[in-house]
Design a protein around this ligand. Structure first.
Ligand SMILES: [Zn+2]
Length: 101
């Protein structure tokens, strides 16, 4: 029986985002593994923070890190405005709750 692969992933910074690559074992072919890659390309409308956020969501998922709303601690991956930023976008997703409160 072969040893199982280490549970790891490699993140490479590219000009326009990140590349995540890893090897995945094939369940039906015990001696083979498949090289997988996902590109997190920067979306011009959403910008760099959104790209990083997508990568972080992916990593959380990849390592199976889930939490429940009743857990003592929960990792919160979300976008927020800079502390000195003034937002005047009435349709802003981040400020949505403030405007509708
Ligand atoms: Zn806002």
């Amino acid at each position: 029986m072969k040893e199982s692969l280490p549970w790891k992933i490699e993140i490479t910074k590219a000009d326009n985002g990140y590349i995540a690559s890893w090897y995945e074992e094939l369940l039906d072919k015990a001696d083979y593994c498949q090289y997988k890659q996902i590109v997190f390309e920067e979306d011009q409308s959403e910008g760099k923070p959104a790209t990083l956020m997508n990568l972080l969501f992916f990593l959380k998922d990849y390592f199976g890190e889930y939490s429940d709303k009743y857990d003592k601690f929960e990792v919160d991956i979300s976008l927020k405005h800079g502390s000195k930023y003034t937002c005047d976008d009435k349709k802003c997703e981040i400020c949505k709750e403030m405007y509708h409160a």
